[in-house]
Ligand binder design. Structure first.
Ligand SMILES: Cc1cc2nc3c(=O)[nH]c(=O)nc-3n(C[C@H](O)[C@H](O)[C@H](O)COP(=O)(O)OP(=O)(O)OC[C@H]3O[C@@H](n4cnc5c(N)ncnc54)[C@H](O)[C@@H]3O)c2cc1C
Length: 442
């Protein structure tokens, strides 16, 4: 809906998964203002010439029983396919299994030797149990501490520099506990000799919609919230926290009782017109994020690898990850064709100039036989895609949230909270915020 918006007891900024979940878990009176033309936020999909693309890979991992029930009740179990992750690393011209640190078999012998010796030295050189506060503080040192020099140099340091766009020494190790699998020495050795069958990592299985791309998820949530409560094309351009009003780009001023925000935290602070303490403005100036630049690729014919996504750590290639939607769901492209996404570490060169190198990479990776199979490439950009967990991050973010809490504003979701989290986390955040609005703990 994009008509006039009246005063509301609860106002939610943003109809991504966090905002939609908050509205759905609330008492039915919240109104949502959404800047875009449709709900979904980062979890939208686009179809071009019969090829469907999400905003890069958006694979759904459901671990929270309540969120799983909500999603399955709304959409039906049959709407999803349960998929066993196939993802590998492509380096030194060969494929190795994910995670790299537990699967170096198949790499050139010199690389395997360096990885193995480095891991042995690192693991035997540190105590078996390490308290969190005794872990190295920067991510580069943390990698070397847990995995050793070889694994650091051949995968983890260059890959993370490509993904984050900053050197791993600038990132604190505190972000990664949940996301980086830490195999034992025996697993690393087994993986070096090709004797591993273990699956590691937080995302070994995932769900994906049978059709419609990941956008079918926010569509279902938005349907349950009701179109009359979601006001589209209504970007909030200013907020007066004292008067409890927000103003939208269309010139509407909306009075509210309680406010939940899901737009990016720095943007929120920038748009507040009532007084903001200098300490909060200073903290806001310290928040950093990496832009993701990616290319949607439409391919004639099938691809030659089975993976859902492939990591590309080597600096000579402009991409750090390539994903294949159609390896999960063939219906994401016309029959016999494939939809791919290519995430770029080179964020500065105009992407059109990189298209030939991307094509060469897809051939070298064995995904396509010839660049003639590339029917189309479309560049997309996500500003603020990855929040950077640098050494200012925790204190700065806390200062801002403490102040917002005192103003009665909940700022939630991956960008409102300013963190690295999943679609499920966004829905959990929404549920928690709704419970707080209703005076419950969650
Ligand atoms: C590259 C990438 C890959 C990812 N892959 C996965 C994955 O495989 N699996 C997974 O579970 N998660 C993945 N995620 C994370 C997932 O996308 C997010 O956790 C989730 O979509 C965040 O939802 P949100 O509602 O918090 O934020 P958003 O989706 O950003 O929603 C915020 C909404 O607020 C609106 N908005 C912004 N400013 C204003 C304004 N001024 N006024 C009104 N509205 C405004 C936006 O238009 C948007 O609709 C990935 C994220 C990225 C960036």
């Amino acid at each position: 809906m994009s008509g006039p918006v009246g005063a509301t007891k609860t106002l939610i900024i943003g109809a991504g998964l966090a905002g939609l979940s908050c509205a759905l878990h609330g008492d039915g009176d919240a109104q949502i203002l959404e800047a875009g033309p449709r709900p979904g936020g980062k979890a939208i999909s686009e179809t071009l010439d019969g090829f469907t693309f999400d905003v890069t890979g958006h694979w759904l991992h459901l671990r929270d029983p309540g969120i799983e029930k909500l999603v399955l009740d709304l959409m039906g179990e049959d709407h999803f396919v349960m998929i066993d992750r196939i993802s590998r690393i492509w380096s030194s011209g060969v494929y190795t299994q994910y995670p790299f640190q537990a699967n170096v078999h198949g790499l050139p012998p010199k690389v395997v030797h360096e990885c193995l010796m480095g891991a042995i030295k690192a693991i035997t050189g540190r105590p078996e149990a390490v308290a969190l506060e005794d872990e190295p503080e920067n991510f580069a040192d943390w990698i070397r501490f847990y995995f050793g020099e070889g694994i650091a140099e051949h995968f983890m340091v260059p890959y993370n520099a490509k993904l984050w766009g900053v050197d791993a020494t600038e990132i604190t190790s505190r972000w990664c506990q949940r996301f980086v699998p830490r195999p034992k020495l025996e697993d690393i050795v087994a993986g070096a000799v090709g004797h591993t069958a273990i699956r590691m990592g937080y995302n070994a299985r995932f769900r994906y919609p049978r059709d419609g791309g990941i956008e079918s998820l926010p569509k279902a949530l938005a349907g349950a919230v009701g179109a009359e409560r979601i006001h589209l094309n209504q970007a909030v351009v200013s907020l007066d926290l004292d008067a409890r009003t927000v103003t939208t780009a269309s010139g509407q001023t909306v009075p509210y009782g309680q406010l939940v925000n899901t737009m990016a935290l720095p943007k929120l602070i920038d748009r507040i017109t009532s007084p903001v303490p200098q300490a909060v403005r200073d903290a806001r100036a310290l928040l950093r994020a990496t832009e993701t630049v990616y290319v949607n690729v439409a391919i004639e014919g099938p691809v030659g690898q089975p993976d859902h996504w492939i990591y590309v750590p080597e600096l000579e290639w402009p991409m750090y990850r390539v994903g294949v939607f159609t390896n999960a769901i063939p219906a994401m492209a016309p029959p016999g064709c494939a939809s791919l996404y290519v995430e770029l570490s080179d964020r500065d060169t105009p992407t059109e100039a990189l298209y030939p190198r991307i094509g060469e990479g897809l051939v070298a990776m064995g995904l396509i036989e010839s660049v003639a199979q590339v029917r189309a490439m479309h560049t997309r950009r996500i500003p603020n895609a990855y929040v950077i967990y640098d050494f200012n991050y925790h204190a700065a973010r806390q200062t801002i949230h403490d102040w917002l809490d005192a103003q009665g504003v909940q700022s939630i979701g991956r960008y409102g909270d300013w963190n690295y989290s999943s679609m499920e986390d966004a829905m959990i955040d929404g549920r928690r915020a709704a419970a707080r609005l209703q005076g419950q703990q969650a």
